[in-house]
Design a protein around this ligand. Structure first.
Ligand code: 4AD
Ligand code: MG
Length: 476
């Protein structure tokens, strides 16, 4: 007999038919009712065993976490909460889970505790739901770009450039750290390293995506990204996934349009395709809200998602944002940790959240930032002091997207590379594209886990990636 997945069984079944189900025991009540889940849906199927007929020793093996297969007849359910159940004809325990040792019991575990046993998290309702939503969002992103004729390109994960210029890259080396080769100046001799030069894990795939866009017109990357930022926040990972589209013949306005359309598409996709999982996550959120003060409550997840899917984002320049912030109550009352006083300061997350959550109460796109707080590749405006950058800020998250129009003028770009002391031998190829058939082009990066935080309503980025990497943590 062929195994049926629970999702399929619940959506299309024939009463009276015999089925084979395999999965993990969630609960076993009254020696009769087995709730089984196989991860295909948040919903369990209930198997009803006739304990009079079964061997008592075998029944004892049906414990939370054990893997099991059952064969039985699909019948209408007598109990509340499910439409069908299975009258078990035979069952077999495939793998025991000793209740004395199994760390997951049918009760609410804290997210912190679950992080310590991340190897078992996929067995929980919450994480299975998140992983299914994560999959759906991956699919939505590929569908969005594919439908628009974008080509998915794979950019290298090992690189010799520090594209964001932040010096937050993980070094890649095969050198013996106890015996590092030195050159005549007593500096590390990277010529003897694996690649013959200093290399690191990529903080972005953008520069190579640009090379591809300048031949294929419209491309995107979707890959892991590595940053050795020592920031232990609920928004930062050392290894995260980023989506980076790059579009030739597009300016920064086109760029904002594309990013807004992509985010709305993803959110709508979740609403259309992840109903059961979002329902579950929303209930979780509402439960948590009950113990929180009014101001810290997350509110209804569906309302939040529908709002973003159906309303235009606010678009303002950095200078406009600066003015709003400088004249804001928390600034005047010195409530911000970082006061907004001088044009040119970088916006902190407290400022971003004020704009999004208090002032506009909707997603905000900020453009035209001061040149000196942004990366070298962003296109300089005619005012000579701002660049055609754009960041998208989301409620509860802060920055979710960062991007810009790219500097396509050879001389201006060359000057910026020199001004920022970027070694020419690490970016000559990038500059080269401005020498041959250069065109205006734009792109951005979406932090995938930050999108997932928004869509699932989770509060900590460690809970929307299967195995988080953060400072001092690379377990599993
Ligand atoms: O703003 P960032 O640094 O932009 C870039 O890397 C550009 N090269 C993108 C481009 O134009 N192609 O990062 C882009 C996004 C951020 O807005 C944020 O959502 C996410 O990546 N991000 C992180 N997510 C999790 N953990 C971190 N440490 C992150 N750093 C950035
Ligand atoms: Mg950024």
């Amino acid at each position: 007999m062929k195994r049926v997945k629970i999702a399929a069984l619940l959506s299309e079944h024939q009463l009276g038919s015999e089925v084979l189900i395999k999965g993990w025991v969630r609960t076993f009540r009254n020696n009769s009712f087995i709730a089984i889940n196989d991860g295909s849906t948040i919903n369990n199927i209930q198997g009803v065993v006739d304990f009079e007929k079964e061997e008592k020793e075998e029944l004892k093996r049906i414990t939370t976490g054990a893997s099991i297969q059952i064969v039985g007849e699909v019948v209408e359910s007598q109990g509340a909460g499910q439409s069908i159940e299975i009258v078990v004809k035979s069952f077999k325990i495939l793998g025991d889970a000793n209740p004395e040792e199994y760390p997951l019991q049918p009760k609410k575990h804290s997210l912190e505790y679950l992080r310590e046993i991340a190897h078992l998290r996929p067995r929980t309702n919450t994480f299975a739901a998140i992983l299914r939503v994560r999959h759906a969002m991956t699919f939505a992103i590929h569908e969005f770009f594919n439908d628009r004729g974008f080509c998915n390109v794979h950019t290298p994960l090992i690189t010799a450039t520090d594209a964001e210029g932040a010096g937050e890259a993980f070094q890649v080396t095969t050198m013996d750290l106890k015996n590092v080769p030195l050159d005549e100046n007593k500096e590390v001799d990277y010529k003897q390293d694996f690649f013959g030069k200093h290399t690191s894990l990529a903080v972005t795939g953008q520069l190579e995506a640009e090379l591809a866009a300048l031949g294929l017109s419209e491309v995107y990357t979707f890959g892991p990204t590595f940053r050795a930022e020592n920031s232990n926040t609920t928004r930062h990972l050392a290894e995260f996934w980023m989506i980076e589209p790059e579009v030739a013949f597009a300016d920064n306005n086109d760029n904002m349009d594309l990013a807004e359309a992509m985010l709305k598409y993803c959110v709508q996709y979740a609403l259309d395709n992840c109903k059961d999982d979002l329902d579950f996550l929303n209930k979780r959120l509402q439960d948590e809200d009950k113990s929180k003060p009014q101001l810290e409550r997350a509110g209804d997840l569906f309302e939040k998602l529908e709002f973003v899917a159906n309303n235009d984002f606010e678009r303002i320049t950095y200078t406009e944002a600066f003015d709003i912030l400088r004249n804001s109550k928390p600034n005047k009352k010195k409530k911000f940790k970082f006061l907004v006083d001088e044009w040119g300061i970088d916006l902190q997350s407290e400022h971003e959240r004020f704009l999004v959550e208090k002032h506009f109460k909707k997603p905000v796109i900020i453009s035209d930032y001061p040149a000196n707080i942004k990366a070298f590749y962003m296109k300089l405006n005619d005012d000579g002091k701002t660049v055609k950058a754009m960041d998208i800020l989301f409620p509860g998250i802060g920055e979710i997207v960062g991007g810009s129009e790219r500097e396509e003028r050879y001389d201006v770009l060359e000057q910026k590379i020199k001004d920022q002391n970027i070694p020419m031998d690490s970016v000559w190829w990038y500059l080269d594209t401005r020498k041959f058939g250069t065109v205006p082009h734009s792109g951005f990066g979406l932090g995938f886990e930050r999108l997932l935080l928004f869509v699932t309503g989770m509060g900590n980025i460690r809970d929307v990636i299967p195995f988080p990497r953060t400072p001092k943590n690379a377990e599993f």
